[in-house]
Design a protein. Structure first.
Length: 485
């Protein structure tokens, strides 16, 4: 094998590529090997990939995609509309895209949809309900060979159509890849890749500094302190768009009152939490989605603390003499969960809110408890979809009653979501999501805290390189590395 670019990650996993995952390390590997109809760009918007163009009908139900000519899988088999139809129909299955006991995500949107391939380059998807944000799901609809995708051992010897072909996999340890000479977008900058699992952020950073690796992802900024021009390397800080939040039980208890929900958000000094709990490696949230999401309002204050107003709202809600809350907290994911909850307790105490913490060590059981809507007054959790539409539909819309919904109901939000479903102009649809953002600041469904800040280290100086908005390393955009030493 020729000299290879070595990429260090905290996790190396290759399973079913159509699983619903928010793990950036896993997605980076998948997107090196597989293509979808569309692909996220650095700015988080969608760009042509296997589909060179698409049209959405006026009723926002029928999508027509025109595939590029001459597409093939890595083994030379044609990737035509029939193969793409198989891949999208596979996403409709109830066993595909399920996670942590929640219903299959993809089938929630594609269930009942009619997928057709009227000719070798045309694919149509007609959904039951208007879904103008369907690209948010189709970017994960990787093209899989119909004759291999469900065969035993496919994940051990995967075949895709992406920029790189898998040469070998040592499960959990290493994956070796070589550039696909027939990739639709031309040869990538680097011929060979080696992905290695190194759990320690500090060790990943040290390897780039030592020249034994060219890329290290998801470093803590502290561990990346020596990365930069002074060491002949490149440091790129970026936010992890996963929002760290507390889900609020609005079915029963004090958070059924919008005044208490708003008051709790006005108490929290997220910047202080970031400084004290994350050593500054975070970005306070100003609403229910991150700054990388469509519909985020950059003018909204991110640390909107007002203890006087919080006390007034609590008093108006009948809690002027104090309020006690029961709070569920995992012991990991996020890893700072216990320290964060302790720091939050100190802040809430400033307005007379006391808490009892209920720790749960089994993280899977914790997620299932949340999904079963058996939380106490609130629970530490996260919100990971990059899709604003999915967050609203799956977690906030009372009519959907999604896996992570906890009883919140706001008719204005639901009306805006309905409007966004049928609004085919992306600029107009973003404006609707921004209205939802504003409403949810005043009538929050969650207690919103922060996004983590992560660092990518690159060997050499590459001042114009940027991380993708979703926090996923796109190896097709990596610079050409000098491997001569």
């Amino acid at each position: 094998m020729q000299q290879a670019v070595t990429i260090l990650q905290s996790l190396i996993v290759f399973e079913d590529p159509q699983d619903c995952t928010d793990n950036a390390d896993t997605l980076a590997v998948y997107e090196a090997v597989f293509d979808a109809l569309v692909r996220r760009g650095v700015d988080g918007r969608f760009y042509p990939a296997l589909a060179e163009s698409w049209v959405l009908s006026k009723d926002a139900r029928c999508w027509t995609f025109k595939l590029r000519a001459g597409l093939t899988f890595h083994d030379g088999a044609p990737l035509d509309a029939a193969a793409m139809r198989f891949s999208i129909e596979r996403m409709q299955r109830p066993d595909i895209g399920a996670t942590l006991g929640a219903p299959a995500v993809w089938s929630q949107y594609l269930g009942g949809a009619v997928i057709e391939a009227p000719d070798v380059r045309t694919l149509t998807i007609t959904t039951i309900e208007p879904t103008a944000d369907l690209l948010d799901l189709l970017c994960a609809g990787y093209a899989l060979p119909p004759y291999l995708a469900d065969a035993p051992g496919f994940a051990a010897k995967p075949v895709g159509s992406g920029a790189y072909r898998v040469e070998s996999i040592a499960p959990g340890e290493e994956i070796r890849m070589r550039a696909n000479p027939n990739w639709w977008n031309g040869a990538p900058a680097n011929e060979c890749l080696i992905w290695r699992c190194v759990e320690s952020s500090g060790e990943r950073a040290a390897a780039v500094l030592a020249g034994t690796a060219q890329v290290a992802t998801r470093l803590t900024p502290c561990d990346a302190a020596a990365i930069g021009p002074q060491s002949g390397t490149t440091r790129v800080d970026h936010i992890d768009p996963t929002a760290i939040i507390y889900l609020l039980n609005t079915k029963s208890g004090p958070f059924g009152d919008a005044r208490v929900r708003r008051a709790s958000n006005l108490v929290v000094d997220a910047q202080t939490l970031v400084d004290d709990v994350l050593a500054g490696a975070g970005q306070p949230l100003s609403g229910f989605i991150s700054s990388a999401h469509v519909g985020y309002d950059p003018s909204a204050p991110a640390n909107d603390v007002d203890l006087i107003e919080a006390r007034r709202l609590l008093s108006d809600a009948g809690f002027g003499d104090g309020l006690h809350l029961d709070v569920d907290c995992p012991t990991r994911l996020p890893d700072e969960a216990e320290a964060l909850t302790a720091a939050l307790a100190d802040q809430l105490a400033k307005v007379g809110i006391s808490i009892t913490v209920h720790l749960v060590e089994d993280r899977t059981a914790y997620a299932e408890q949340v999904r079963a809507k058996q939380i106490h007054d609130m629970c530490l959790f996260d919100s990971s979809p990059m899709s604003t539409f999915r967050v609203l539909n799956e977690k906030i819309d009372a009519r959907t009653r999604g896996a992570w919904w906890q009883g919140y109901h706001n008719r204005e939000i639901e009306a805006l979501l309905d409007s966004s479903r049928v609004t085919i102009d992306p600029v107009e649809r973003e404006a609707l999501h921004r209205q939802s953002f504003a409403i949810l600041r005043q009538d929050p469904s969650w207690l919103t805290l922060y996004n983590h800040v992560r660092t990518v280290a690159l060997a050499g100086e590459h001042s114009d390189w940027a991380m993708r908005a979703d926090g996923v390393l796109d190896v097709t955009l990596l610079p050409k590395f000098d491997l001569s030493d």
